[in-house]
Design a protein around this ligand. Structure first.
Ligand SMILES: Cc1cc2nc3c(=O)[nH]c(=O)nc-3n(C[C@H](O)[C@H](O)[C@H](O)COP(=O)(O)OP(=O)(O)OC[C@H]3O[C@@H](n4cnc5c(N)ncnc54)[C@H](O)[C@@H]3O)c2cc1C
Length: 406
């Protein structure tokens, strides 16, 4: 009998297992994958709020030891003007983009060191129930035999196609098809010099680049989800034609380097799923999948793990009902994740800027504290709801008018 079974052992699941094991709970962590292994469908930028959690948990040292550079400069090139800023209110004051083979392994190592049992190559099949309450799982061992394990709680951290979510009939809301989102095409390059984390925004298009492990940079372009897929043999030509049109400077720096791996091109459908039910909960992409345009998923997954582990620990060790205690996770998760998801989805439409948006960016160009707060929306240290509140937009407009008339 385990206290908690966690299905999925990457950033969301390994972090949850680590935090619970550190509190002395008996945790079983399973994954169909074997580790260390990469997860290529991600540009793996971990923003400031996520980095602060890694620091709090003592895991950031392993990321730094992998020679993954700290990212401290951020720019958004809007054509007419370039915004620069740093998210406020952070401990470490940097983002990092560790390859998943580094980040997921660091979290798993910490989970196992804390006493969690990791079983690899194990495919979750279904939940076990007592009435409507989940009391364990069935899964397939690497040799094909069936595994049955019981627990007081089951956590689905098995990504956006979550089989746990399907097994427990978690309902979805704020759903968007992948055509409503962004189509992201990226690759790794060596020998490229960057000016910090670079975002370039044009109507119907974005480009980005940042540094990662192995002296490489990850660079990509983002088009609307309705764009036709580039034929495999033409991706390079299409990528550089788009990049050239958006930023001849970044295109030249990328051309001067060497592409190190195959192109990846993908779009995702996005959603929120019911976070908690009797005996189960979801963390990370299993619970909320956010359009990659804001690179928000990993930071969001780490926050989910932190929130859920705290409530599970209270519920497992306190006198109250476990289900009642963990129920609070749903509202606490959604208070942060839903505005982030909707902001990301809106951005993913890549709509040409309205007059209001142009006015906002003009105001930000002359108002560094507010420009920093705008970057804080991405860094997840400022809520989109706060930043885009009528009061805050009015404050930006008023200081712009004062600057113009001065
Ligand atoms: C193109 C693209 C770019 C992105 N870029 C960024 C970025 O720059 N920054 C960022 O923060 N986020 C980014 N994301 C999102 C980010 O990758 C996800 O938010 C993150 O991977 C979620 O982590 P997770 O642990 O919830 O799930 P996952 O990383 O998907 O891990 C789920 C784990 O569950 C396991 N699993 C699944 N099913 C089963 C089963 N039946 N049995 C056992 N194990 C199972 C899988 O093997 C896997 O190891 C990007 C996404 C895409 C698509």
């Amino acid at each position: 009998m385990h206290d908690v079974i966690v299905v999925g052992a990457r950033c969301a699941g390994a972090a949850t297992a680590m935090l619970l094991a550190r509190q002395g709970h008996k945790v079983l962590l399973i994954d169909q994958d074997r580790f260390p292994s990469d997860m290529r469908l991600s540009t793996h930028l971990v923003w400031h709020a996520g980095v602060d959690l890694l620091q709090k948990w003592g895991v950031l040292e392993a990321v730094r030891a992998s020679l993954c550079p700290a990212l401290t400069e951020f720019s958004l090139d809007l054509g007419e003007l370039v915004l620069k800023g740093t998210p406020p209110g952070t401990q470490v004051g940097a983002a990092f983009a560790p390859k998943r083979i580094v980040l997921d392994q660091a979290l798993q190592d910490a989970a196992v060191a804390a006493g969690a049992e990791l079983r690899e190559g194990v495919l979750f099949d279904d939940v076990l129930r007592d009435g409507d309450r989940v009391i364990g799982i069935t899964a397939k061992n690497p040799d094909g035999s069936l595994m049955t394990e019981h627990a007081r709680w089951v956590v689905g951290a098995d990504g956006r196609h979550s089989r746990v979510a399907r097994s427990v009939n978690s309902s979805s809301y704020h759903e968007f098809p992948k055509e409503a989102g962004s189509l992201n095409t990226f690759a790794y390059f060596s020998g490229v010099s960057l000016k910090g984390v670079e975002f370039i925004s044009r109507p119907q298009r974005m480009a980005y680049a940042w540094a990662t492990n192995d002296d490489q940079v990850v660079a990509g372009i983002i088009l609307p989800g309705t764009s036709p897929r580039m034929p495999r043999q033409d991706v390079e030509a299409h990528f550089f034609a788009e990049m050239e049109a958006m930023s001849p400077d970044l295109a030249a720096r990328l051309r001067a380097g060497k592409r190190e791996e195959d192109w990846i091109s993908t779009g995702v459908s996005t959603f929120c799923r019911q976070a908690v039910g009797p005996g189960w909960s979801l963390v990370g992409d299993a619970g909320v999948t956010i359009d990659p345009i804001t690179a928000a998923g990993i930071t969001n997954a780490l926050r989910d793990a932190d929130l859920l582990a705290e409530l599970l620990h209270q519920g497992l060790s306190g006198p109250g009902d476990l289900g009642d205690t963990v129920a609070a996770y749903a509202a606490r998760r959604d208070a942060v994740a839903v505005p982030l998801h909707l902001f990301s989805q809106n951005m993913a439409s890549l709509a040409p800027p309205t007059d209001d948006v142009i006015q906002l960016f003009t105001g930000l160009a002359h108002n560094q504290p507010q420009a920093d707060r705008y970057f804080g929306v991405f860094g997840q240290t400022v809520s989109p709801a706060d930043f885009f509140s009528p009061e805050n937009l009015q404050e930006i407009a008023t200081s712009e008018q004062a600057a113009v008339s001065a």
